[in-house]
Design a protein around this ligand. Structure first.
Ligand code: ZN
Length: 106
């Protein structure tokens, strides 16, 4: 696995986890509402949504280089600004901090 593949895998795993958590919350609420009419399921809906937001923020603001642990999202933000939404592994071919190529093996 190359560093580029690792970065993509790590990002997509976090996004997939957040989406799965949110969907699981809604499915649980659907069955609880069906089995007990009038039940207040707001806390059950709210908890997965908060988890989705936390995971989203965490993946948005923390993607360390596997070699030097520099935060690649912050480096991308500093170089390209907040409007550039491309993934880190698209905008950089190497770590801007330590220079390791993203095509190198882990
Ligand atoms: Zn680095």
């Amino acid at each position: 696995m190359t560093i580029r593949e690792y970065l993509r895998f790590r990002h997509l795993t976090a996004v997939g986890f957040a989406v799965a958590l949110g969907l699981a919350g809604y499915i649980v609420c659907f069955f609880l509402e069906a089995s007990r009419p009038g039940l207040n399921t707001h806390p059950i809906v709210t908890a997965p949504l908060i988890a989705v937001v936390i995971v989203g923020i965490a993946t948005r603001w923390s993607l360390p280089c596997p070699r030097c642990k520099a935060n690649l999202y912050k480096l991308r933000l500093a170089q390209f600004g907040a409007k550039d939404r491309r993934p880190v592994w698209w905008v950089f071919d190497k770590c801007p901090n330590c220079g390791v190529s993203f095509d190198d093996p882990m």
